[in-house]
Design a protein around this ligand. Structure first.
Ligand SMILES: CC(C)(COP(=O)(O)OP(=O)(O)OC[C@H]1O[C@@H](n2cnc3c(N)ncnc32)[C@H](O)[C@@H]1OP(=O)(O)O)[C@@H](O)C(=O)NCCC(=O)NCCS
Length: 134
């Protein structure tokens, strides 16, 4: 289940209704990757914001399925959907300690645009990263 991936990968425990309501805002912005049996192995949840901006709220791949291109597929599909939707820019937040994710995003041409002090509930700083959809 997606909630299991979130708990293990993002160390958060959200109520199920949160996924439903966020997914309803822009159904095409909620992408799920599944294994051959249809079980979720990764997902990306994005929303639309003002000024034709997309924002990635959650993005994780199950740890047993990482480094096999699942995250790349999800990100490519999400950027395609942003373009289809006419969005011009995508933003996200990431922990400053999350070197793997920062490298992943940098490979996707995201760059750091802001330092968000004590952004996370445990006090860690975050980076805001962004890229154009073009
Ligand atoms: C970030 C994340 C979603 C990437 O998903 P993934 O399916 O592993 O990504 P891919 O297999 O498509 O990897 C693409 C690139 O990411 C980088 N990468 C992925 N795993 C890596 C690792 N363990 N070490 C270093 N770089 C890595 C590489 O640049 C890789 O390119 P390569 O395959 O040509 O070497 C995944 O690592 C994850 O779920 N992390 C935990 C949750 C998280 O941090 N989410 C982001 C919060 S903002």
């Amino acid at each position: 289940m997606i909630a299991d991936i979130v708990r293990d990968s993002l160390h958060e425990n959200y109520d199920h209704s949160l996924y439903l309501s966020l997914g309803q805002q822009w159904p095409d912005g909620f992408l799920v990757a599944a294994d051959a049996l249809g079980r979720p192995i990764g997902f990306l949840l994005g929303v639309m914001q003002v000024d034709r901006e997309g924002r990635i709220l959650m993005f994780a791949v199950d740890r047993d399925h990482r480094a096999r291109g699942v995250g790349t597929q999800l990100m490519q599909a999400f950027l395609d959907r942003c373009r289809t939707q006419g969005l011009r820019r995508v933003t996200l937040e990431v922990r400053v300690s999350n070197a793997t994710a920062i490298r992943f995003y940098t490979d996707f041409r995201f760059s750091v645009v802001d330092l968000l002090r004590t952004y996370y509930s445990d006090g860690e700083d975050g980076y805001q990263m962004a890229r154009d959809t073009a």
